[in-house]
Design a protein around this ligand. Sequence first.
Ligand SMILES: Nc1ccn([C@@H]2O[C@H](COP(=O)(O)OP(=O)(O)OP(=O)(O)O)[C@@H](O)[C@H]2O)c(=O)n1
Ligand SMILES: [Ca+2]
Length: 497
Amino acid sequence: MSAQREMKEKNPWHTPLTIIITVIGVIAIVALVTVAVLQNRPVPQKYKYGIVLDAGSSHTALYIYEWPAEKDNNTGRVEQKHSCKVKGKGISSYAAEPEKAGMSLTECMREAEMQVPSRRHQETPLYLGATAGMRLLNIENREASDKVFEAVEKALQGFPFSYQGARILSGQEEGAFGWVTVNYLDDRLKQGLETTGALDLGGASTQISFVPHEYDISESPSNSVAFRLYGNDYNLYTHSFLCYGKDQVLRMALAHQTRSGPVTMSDPCFHPGYSVTRNYNALYDSPCVSERKPKEAPLNFTHTGVGNFFRCQEVVKTLFNFTSCKYSRCSFNGIFQPPLQGSFGAFSAYYFVMNFLNLTDSSIPLETVKANLANYCGTPWNQIKQQHPEVKEKYLAEYCFSGTYIVTLLTEGYNFTKETFSKIKFIKEIKGSDAGWTLGYMLNLTNMIPAEAPDSPPLPHAGYVSIVTVIALLLFILFILSLRPIWPKCSKKPQIV
Ligand SMILES: Nc1ccn([C@@H]2O[C@H](COP(=O)(O)OP(=O)(O)OP(=O)(O)O)[C@@H](O)[C@H]2O)c(=O)n1
Ligand SMILES: [Ca+2]
């Protein structure tokens, strides 16, 4: 017992001096680390916002994006905070009553007012971009298209955001910004990874964009877009096919099959037992088909279904022109297309249709996709309606046609083979943000993707804190060791008596 007590008494760690040094040391370390952590802690997140309205041919959607306020110039990640689907049809459908185009946006704009904190309203940029529906209206009736824009502009200026204008995007912009969105969301641009191609299928036009392997831009300069993003150069191939969105292509298919003006038409792209009356004038009311209108057509025709995928494919193929190509290679309609490269993300109607048909899984071989479609198209219309009572009949009736069109466009049009078909991923969104051109458009207009890679701190915050802690501990230990000569009796071994 007494030996133990003596040891305790002689233990240098129990002298008042060392206890004081230790306590001060510990306090110093805690203070040092706390200051380091607090000083470099990311400040509580404040966000900035941007709003883009996608005025598509079939409908308008509003997207709100947000990003950390203190990092807006380069490093902060922009994410979709909210989206709102405008009720009713696209703005181009209001050609005869333009004010209604403006009014149609009110509900979603009110939602945006609620979603964006009011102190940020005034600085939040608001853009409207119109695509193929307005492109067609602009071709058909310039004055009507201008009136629609006037009405839309007036409506948007009535909200407290920083309105930045409404305009028609070129097909090239639509394709290129879709590609930017997909690759930005996948973090491929910042990391300089191989990029993903983008396939967008709308109601009135469709876009294909990818970075080809070796690519002679001079062959068709109008199909190329050069980007410098985060210090990397990209030569993007992009093309937009006006009239090859799924609604306009359906018009073309119907026009092709009714070119002799019959009273009843049997359509392999619609289910057996399907039958509706359609109006000739309504069918031909689009620049995509207006020239094909039969001379002496009756007012209406009966559109009946036969349900045959392979015959439907034959009809769809007649809508592509493969005969003339003045370049080294073409997709269709004499449009240059370099060899396909890498993987692709296919979104908007590609996704809606393939998702409905349960065909989004990339592991499904092309042959199986076709077999499933053949089976689906051959299913009687009554049965289809019974199986999907929740789906709008207009959508439901068209999935056989749309699925057939998608497969035909991808394989015959763009030259995907049974090997490369599996490189297509049918996607709706990436990490919570919808795939589409809107995000890329906003990133571009707000200069949010820098041309050069931004300087980043050499260490991440956690690494910095760990290193500060370790160095502080080492210094403390060193300090304690350096005191050894003044420790009373500490150089002597404790003697057991
Ligand atoms: N759940 C849904 C939603 C939409 N659609 C259809 O998908 C097509 C294209 O939709 P979208 O990509 O929204 O086209 P828009 O942007 O309106 O057209 P565009 O890009 O050509 O201007 C339309 O035929 C629409 O009827 C669908 O089949 N199922
Ligand atoms: Ca679209």
